[in-house]
Design a protein around this ligand. Sequence first.
Ligand SMILES: O=C(O)CCC(=O)C(=O)O
Ligand SMILES: [Fe+2]
Length: 219
Amino acid sequence: MLITIADVLPQSELEEIRAMLGAMRFEDGRATAGWSATLVKDNEQAREGAALSLLRERVSKAILENEVFSLATRPKALTPLIFSRYGQGKHYGTHVDNPLMDGIRTDVSFTLFLAEPDTYDGGELVIETMAGEEEVKLAAGHLVAYDSTTLHRVAPVTRGERLATVGWAQSYIRDSAKRELLFDLETARRNLFAQAGKTPEFDLLAKTGANLFRMWAEV
Ligand SMILES: O=C(O)CCC(=O)C(=O)O
Ligand SMILES: [Fe+2]
């Protein structure tokens, strides 16, 4: 499933986060790439330190508290976030993400855009799907989550600077098709509740959703 989620971070926080990033030191992104990714990765990332730890904590909390993110990915754990910067000419060529990172299995990859799209050209996240290439470039504060199993790339930036934070979730539900099924069922259940309240049909959907989760969850 590929899903975009609006307003994971509000406008007021974005300005402060961009200012914090502006004061931080960045290093070559190849420092954290596997050997084949170093062939294609050409960006910069915020360096480890107290400021990065604080920022990570704050943004991870906002992501995990987002209800749509939680229902779409069913996160068991997140990797430490990477804050990346792509100046002019920077890009990240086609690759698949490592299956394990920081001790967790990567089921879902996500990018939270931090720069407004009219401040830079290029820098689209391009994801290869069975239906063709999906280009994603979102407003600052919006997030895209997609299966870590996909090939994807970041197109070269040709003007300005692309700022984003990226991370990975291990899901309680390993299989993407099952995650989508649970997401649809929960959406239907909530819509039914909004229309008709707590009917017997609502209870049956609640039972089915909970019991499928119990059947599939890896804890
Ligand atoms: O910056 C992005 O949107 C994605 C970066 C990426 O693919 C990665 O770090 O593995
Ligand atoms: Fe990636």
